[in-house]
Design a protein around this ligand. Structure first.
Ligand code: BTN
Length: 259
């Protein structure tokens, strides 16, 4: 059962399980975690909900978490990293989510830059990092993770890429409490790598479309094509356009292209 009692019991020995805020329904766990972080909540505060009624996705998109459908969590962090490495937050979420899924399902999840987890060519989870930066680096950061477990987005939702859910891909959907436990463990395991090359390498080992020709649509709706090479030290996408000079891309939506 996905209840406060069961979750608290499962996470009782975990570093990121000591400050649990559970909601059977909430607007957005990220919004709640941002509110808590901005008012002094300590690192490790974990917001978990069974249902989100206005879940936030990247680029002002919506994220759907009907009751009983998936995992929606947000973790408050106070990382000691340079502000220009804040993009590592989404990479941490991706690596941890892929590892957690892999530990319970016979799947090899891949990571699509900057914040998606894919299995069998479909998106199964999304990451949303939010932060407050000052001159010395992040004052606080919130790492939000949504995993489709028993259902994906509703058919009326306009998703940019095909979506799926674990029950569709895994032999028997994983229990959500067990998945949450694996996820908070993986987050604690990889958190010390935030800002470091080790995390970038772990992410790149799972990178979707590495070495393939992709198109990146940037937030100003212009697009650029090239070979996806990997990540730079800040976690930006390294792309080699047709003129051959590798460039770093800090924001955009990546898709596969054959032109
Ligand atoms: C994306 O793929 O666009 C990112 C989706 C992030 C969704 C998660 S669910 C938990 C947390 N709370 C939110 O409102 N959003 C994130």
């Amino acid at each position: 059962m996905f209840t406060r009692t069961e979750i608290a019991r499962a996470l009782s020995g975990e570093p990121f399980g000591q400050r649990l805020r559970f909601f059977s329904s909430i607007g957005s766990t990220n919004a709640e975690a941002v509110r808590l972080a901005a008012t002094g909540a300590p690192e490790g505060t974990l917001v978990v909900a069974d249902e989100q009624t206005s879940g936030r996705g990247r680029a002002s998109r919506r994220w759907f978490t009907p009751p009983g459908s998936g995992l929606a969590i947000s973790l408050v962090l106070r990382p000691s990293i340079a502000g220009n490495r804040i993009g590592h937050l989404a990479l941490l979420g991706g690596v941890a989510t892929a590892q957690a899924i892999e530990s319970l399902c016979n799947l090899r999840p891949q990571l699509k830059w900057p914040n998606d987890v894919w299995v069998n060519d479909r998106k199964v989870a999304g990451i949303l990092g939010e932060s407050s930066l000052n001159a010395d680096g992040p004052e606080w950061a919130v790492l939000g993770i949504g995993v489709n477990v028993h259902a994906g987005p509703p058919t009326h939702a306009q998703t940019r890429h095909p979506a799926t859910f674990l029950a569709e891909q895994c032999d028997g959907a994983p229990d959500r409490v067990k998945l949450l436990l694996q996820l908070v463990r993986a987050l604690a395991e990889h958190y010390p790598e935030l800002g470091k090359a080790h995390l970038l390498a772990a992410w790149e080992r799972r990178m979707l479309w590495r070495g393939k020709r992709v198109r990146v649509l940037n937030p100003k709706a212009t697009s650029i094509k090239g070979i996806a090479l990997g990540l730079d030290s800040e976690g930006a996408l390294r792309l080699q356009p047709d003129d051959g000079r590798a460039i770093s891309i800090t924001a955009g939506d990546v898709s596969l292209t054959d032109t």
